[in-house]
Design a protein around this ligand. Sequence first.
Ligand SMILES: [Zn+2]
Length: 319
Amino acid sequence: MQQHAGSARDMGEAGHAPTAPGAGDPTHVTFPGGAVHGTSTVLAVVPVDGRTAVITGQTPFHPVDHTWPDHPADRGSITVAGRRHPVVDCLIGAVEAGGPGTGTLRAGSDIPVRRDAEGWRWLVLHMVEDFEPAAVGEPCELTVDAPHRHALSAGHTACHLASLALNEAVAGRWRKETAADVAGVPDFDGAALVTSRIHPYGSRDTYRLGKSLRRKGFTTEGLAEELPRIAEQVTARIEEWIARDVPVRIVAEGPGVTDRRWMCVGEGEGALRFACGGTHAASTGRLGAASVTFVLSEDGAQLVMETTVRQPDGAAPNS
Ligand SMILES: [Zn+2]
């Protein structure tokens, strides 16, 4: 297991050095640089729905996003004064500054605004079963379950590669011009995706093939018969990415948990740049053999793509 916190790679590629946030700042996050461990200070301990949210100045923990909850939270622990507390969930929290709800912490799905809303302070909530309120102001150590992080990162990277490959595999089905994906291919994924769920070493994407998609010019005729070929093509494309071992990095606009971030695949002018708040494998070669399957609903209105990758043999458990 290798620790990445504070390396030159973090600072250069994320565009900023992790720094201690001041009062009123958002939680600063170090996971975009690959960190799975860090130290900080406990800023607040707040009861939320029968559990306790621990807020720190900085954290390596990736919280589940309340707006697009595709990527599950990191697991791990927070240690204060020698006592280790398992982090059972990790959510985004928001406190409105200057509005009617000023000072009230809202957690996860209770947050009434999107993650880019102005006038809110955005926080990472480390959810624990019990905690000493007296720990406020104390130093703490934050440790992410690195194999679990890597498994989710591999699943998320595979998910993006699968969506690109699917766009290519169904490109011939567009009868009208439509928006293009980051590779310049007609963006079926962007036009039809309803939900995306990342899980360890895989993902499940659900697409709606309804009237509105057909009106945009996508033909679904003969799709059921073509699915075996599409699955083969998508799997082969992901295998190509894996064989080429292309570097993947995350570029962040700032250190705050809700600052915009991009997943960049490749380097230089040819790099593909996805708006993405998740964590990723450090390169496509960190994914093991891929397999992609499709299930089309009986009425033909819903298509589910399941993508799985194996952990490469003999690889380190985290990237
Ligand atoms: Zn993503």
